[in-house]
Design a protein around this ligand. Structure first.
Ligand SMILES: *[C@@H]1O[C@H](CO)[C@@H](O)[C@H](O)[C@H]1NC(C)=O
Ligand SMILES: *[C@@H]1O[C@H](CO)[C@@H](O)[C@H](O)[C@H]1NC(C)=O
Ligand SMILES: *[C@@H]1O[C@H](CO)[C@@H](O)[C@H](O)[C@H]1NC(C)=O
Length: 176
């Protein structure tokens, strides 16, 4: 009885909270919203979603990756670093035209991969257990179009690529 009730209401519960098994991948046309929805890497090490820097007033929202396995919210990568979302609801969207975007519910864009390479294929974005957000054609490893490791911000993770054009910058303060 209980289980049949659960099965009946599962889709409803899923649409509210992270009640269901966390996912690590978005398919084309899917998104996560800044209401607690996140991606969690398959091994549970990293999480991607919206956050405010620890100690900040919390009205600036960023999309980024942090350690899921640690409870101190150590952030390792930020997408819209220079353009926080202020007083609006953030969305991370893998749009139908095959673009990764951080936007708000009014449609204002804060960050985008800007890969204008239309194709008939089915794109996905996956958060790997090494903390890399990998975006490519379905079957991700076959044709990677973009990866967060190559656009590093704060912290270096093993496997990240560093070249002379990459300068590690740290947060100016908790509210920035
Ligand atoms: C967060 O916790 C981890 C594991 O306990 C630790 O290694 C790391 O240094 C901590 N980071 C900060 C910024 O406190
Ligand atoms: C995400 O993008 C698709 C277009 O690909 C759009 O239909 C959808 O409304 C967007 N979602 C949000 C929450 O903005
Ligand atoms: C990321 O950088 C590495 C090393 O330069 C390169 O092999 C890889 O193709 C790059 N990834 C993308 C998606 O450009």
């Amino acid at each position: 009885m209980l289980s049949s009730v659960l099965i009946l209401y599962m889709p409803l519960l899923c649409s509210f909270y992270a009640f269901c098994e966390a996912r690590d991948t978005l398919r084309q046309g899917e998104w996560i919203s800044d209401n607690g929805e996140t991606l969690v890497s398959a091994g549970g090490k990293f999480e991607f979603g919206f956050f405010s820097p620890t100690g900040s007033s919390g009205n600036k929202r960023y999309a980024g990756i942090w350690y899921h396995e640690w409870d101190n919210r150590t952030v390792v990568w930020v997408a819209n670093r220079d353009r926080p979302i202020i007083n609006a609801n953030g969305v991370f969207n893998l749009t139908e035209d095959g673009e990764l975007k951080v936007l708000d519910t009014t449609g204002k864009v804060y960050w985008s991969t800007n890969i204008r390479r239309l194709c008939p294929c089915d794109r996905t974005v996956t958060l790997t257990n090494s903390g890399n957000l990998v975006y490519g054609d379905y079957g991700v490893l076959k044709n990677i179009l973009w990866e967060s490791f190559n656009t590093t911000t704060d912290t270096l993770l093993p496997g990240m690529v560093v070249n002379e054009n990459m300068v590690l910058t740290s947060w100016r303060g908790p509210d920035e």
